[in-house]
Design a protein around this ligand. Structure first.
Ligand SMILES: Nc1ncnc2c1ncn2[C@@H]1O[C@H](COP(=O)(O)OP(=O)(O)OP(=O)(O)O)[C@@H](O)[C@H]1O
Ligand SMILES: [Mg+2]
Length: 229
């Protein structure tokens, strides 16, 4: 039986009076990695922030674990939603150890997922490399045992081998049942780890397909959906 952990139903959202996301329908099942792909300005981050409860929806609904949510992020977090953004939301002035202690899950779980952090525990998060900060962010998020994890543009500014390491950790998390929505501009990377993908353009989902199908036609996908021309 599939267990849907995240659903958006005819979701509309934007900033101020403008609408950026139009009638968005999507779902993520437990154990699934779903990519949300689209060109710059398509509305991917706005979508993620609306699912997280950071940006208010204009109409439509979001459900986590089958329960419709209208609450802000900290309440959704208690219902099993975790978010990893481009900003790497760690406390830069605190040590890795304290960052892990302040997370809502056991530090050991984060360290099990990212043993690289073990030796860095006494160091301030602010002096870590971008990749290490992202491991800390993701380790904290996954230690909280979320039902669903939203990830925005993991690859920005990071070396390819670091990105692969982080994507591998997502695969491990998914194998334990976490449902993951991965916003990514880099098509190859997104398709390499995801089971399914939604293509977003100008605030609309243009289509949805199994990632395995899209892997065989990445050039077409680039030309038709990802070029800004
Ligand atoms: N805080 C904001 N206030 C006003 N407009 C915004 C805000 N954030 C985004 N927008 C606008 O909403 C539209 C969609 O932006 P969004 O950041 O969601 O796209 P994106 O697909 O994540 O793009 P990128 O790939 O560049 O990250 C853009 O036209 C953008 O200018
Ligand atoms: Mg974005």
């Amino acid at each position: 039986m599939t267990n849907t952990v995240l659903t958006a139903d005819r979701l509309c959202a934007g900033h101020g009076g403008t609408r950026v996301v139009h009638d968005l329908d999507l779902h993520v099942d437990s154990g699934e990695i779903v990519a949300l792909i689209g060109p710059n300005g398509a509305g991917k981050t706005t979508t993620l922030m609306t699912l997280a409860g950071v940006v208010a929806s204009q109409s439509g609904s979001v459900a986590i674990g089958g329960v419709v949510m209208t609450s802000p992020l900290h309440i959704r977090a208690r219902r099993g939603l975790a978010v990893v953004t481009q900003e790497r939301s760690v406390f830069m002035g605190l040590s890795v150890r304290d960052n892990l202690r302040l997370g809502s899950g056991p530090p050991e779980d984060a360290l099990e997922l990212f043993p690289e952090l073990e030796a860095l525990q006494g160091r301030k998060a602010g002096v870590l490399s971008g990749g290490e900060q992202q491991m800390l962010t993701m380790g904290r998020a996954l230690a909280s045992k979320p039902k669903v994890l939203l990830v925005d543009e993991l690859s920005i500014g990071l070396a390819p081998q670091v990105v692969s390491r982080l994507l591998d950790a997502l695969t491990v998390a998914a194998s334990t049942g976490v449902g993951i929505l991965l916003v990514e501009q880099k098509l190859d990377q997104a398709l390499a780890v995801s089971n399914r993908a939604y293509l977003m353009r100008r605030g609309h989902i243009e289509f949805e397909a199994p990632s395995a199908d899209l892997r065989t036609r990445t050039e077409d996908v680039h030309r038709m959906y990802l070029s800004n021309s």
